[in-house]
Design a protein around this ligand. Structure first.
Ligand code: EPU
Length: 415
């Protein structure tokens, strides 16, 4: 199994180009199911999660072709309406095929996503939403079965702003008869990107990016070309790494307007964050200042940046408190950071971090995607060598990460 080895101490300097967003590409690829024809994509990142959804779509009968960052999905030959356990268990986002399958074919059988390291992550809101659109749902033998002769527009109220839930229901509602109103929706840029793509395919979706999304159902969608937005979490990860190593990095081809929470927090740590036409330049020279934060749905500070930012706070001047409000078990990186000398204590979903002068390299274990990214940043600033095990988590969501860090001057290699 691959490991990543890092010798800490290098300042990151130079430019890095951000890839397409995993969490935008996955729903967009699922949306291709809605079209009886070919959807063309560009800026698709090279990630294991993308390969997983491709494998799932191919298993349903879609034909996927692509080279580099381009991909075409021909969903005209879909015949199978079942997403099997072996494909879904690899990636929870596979549940995103549920809405489009029911909308276009009137039925679907999708394995319930299994447990997840970062929290329970139920899909109850996805299912209640589909019921509100007239689907009959049963959950049996580990599978969700959804059936509807034809979906009909309805009112959906999300208890919490769920990202993939909003996306699943938006995709279901575009082909429903009549108007659907989705309330308390997630406002993430990935939701907006999906709504825009659906509209390019002929849907009538308005309000994405606000808490209320209105969808007027149309009879069918047509083939279209879709470009994936840049990955704000990949960009944020490089920005935090630049700050932590006291480096000077230009993060190119990103969307600063999608990163308000991250940029504002980074500025509070005392580093310079400059938005320029080419991207965002992060430059850090002085001491890192401590700052408290709380993870929140967009536009709040993203939970997907919590672990990386915690590393920065671990070597900051004073104490800070992080409140994780999205997932109940997203502090698994803490044990590993403690093994590297960080002074962090946990109480429920709060972490108290007392800044230390330096971290020390150690063998560590990655527990999930963003935790892996935090361990890389920790390794970059630690004294000595850090060896990260279980890096397959990293390959799910970061495109060529060690190559990108290496090009910025990090001493990092995959072994
Ligand atoms: N929730 C429910 N019931 C549901 C759906 C969600 O209780 O039916 C709860 C969740 O357990 C959680 C909260 O609602 O406590 C919000 O979860 P959400 O549904 O928004 O998460 P998600 O859609 O499963 C997406 C991203 C995650 C990211 C979260 C939060 C994708 C493919 N995944 O997950 O990304 O952390 O939103 O922003 O978009 C990652 O990339 O590392 C990652 C985990």
């Amino acid at each position: 199994m691959d490991k990543i080895e890092i010798r800490g101490g290098s300042k990151l300097e130079g430019e890095v180009t951000i890839s397409g967003a995993k969490n935008a590409a996955l729903p967009l690829m699922a949306a291709a199911i809605l079209v009886d024809g070919i959807t063309e994509f560009d800026n698709i990142p090279d990630l294991v999660d993308i390969k997983s959804i491709k494998a799932l779509l191919e298993d349903l009968g879609a034909v996927c072709r692509g080279q580099g960052a381009t991909l075409s999905i021909d969903a005209s030959a879909i015949t199978k309406l079942e997403a099997e356990y072996d494909l879904v268990r690899k990636m929870r986002a596979s549940v995103l095929v549920l809405g489009p399958l029911v909308a276009r074919f009137g039925s679907a059988r999708v394995s319930l996503p299994g447990g997840c390291a970062i929290g329970a992550r139920p899909v109850d809101m996805h299912l209640r939403g589909l019921e509100a659109l007239g689907a009959e749902i049963t959950v049996e033998h580990g599978y969700i079965e959804a059936r509807a002769e034809a979906l009909v527009g309805g009112e959906i109220y999300f208890d919490l702003p769920t990202v993939t839930g909003t996306e699943n229901l938006m995709m279901a509602a575009v082909l429903a008869r009549g108007q659907s109103v989705l309330r308390n929706c997630a406002r993430e840029p990935e939701v907006v990107a999906l709504a825009q793509a659906l509209n390019t395919m002929g849907a009538d979706v308005s309000g994405a990016g606000t808490a209320v999304i209105t969808i007027n159902g149309v009879e069918k969608l047509h083939p279209a070309a879709v470009s994936v937005i840049p990955d704000r979490i990949e960009a944020g990860t490089f920005m935090v790494a630049a700050a932590a190593t006291h480096g000077d990095v230009l993060v190119k081809e990103c969307r600063p307007d999608h990163m308000g929470g991250i940029i504002s927090k980074l500025k509070q740590t005392g580093c310079s964050v400059e938005v320029i036409p080419e991207g965002v330049r992060v430059c850090s020279t002085g001491e890192i200042q401590s700052t408290d934060f709380k993870t929140l749905p967009y536009p709040g500070f993203p939970t997907d940046m919590q672990a990386q930012f915690m590393v920065l706070m671990a070597v900051a001047r004073k104490n800070s408190v992080i409140h994780e409000t999205i997932f109940e078990n997203r502090f698994m990186h803490v044990n590993e950071l403690q093994r590297m000398g960080a002074d962090i204590s946990i109480s429920g979903n709060y972490a108290m971090i007392r800044g230390v002068e330096a971290l020390s390299g150690a063998p560590v274990m990655a527990s999930d995607l963003r935790a892996s990214a935090s361990l890389i940043i920790a390794g970059l600033i630690a004294r000595g060598t850090t060896r990260i095990n279980r890096v397959y988590h990293l390959d799910r969501g970061y495109d060529a990460i060690e190559k990108k860090f290496s090009a910025l001057g990090a001493d990092i290699q995959r072994i």
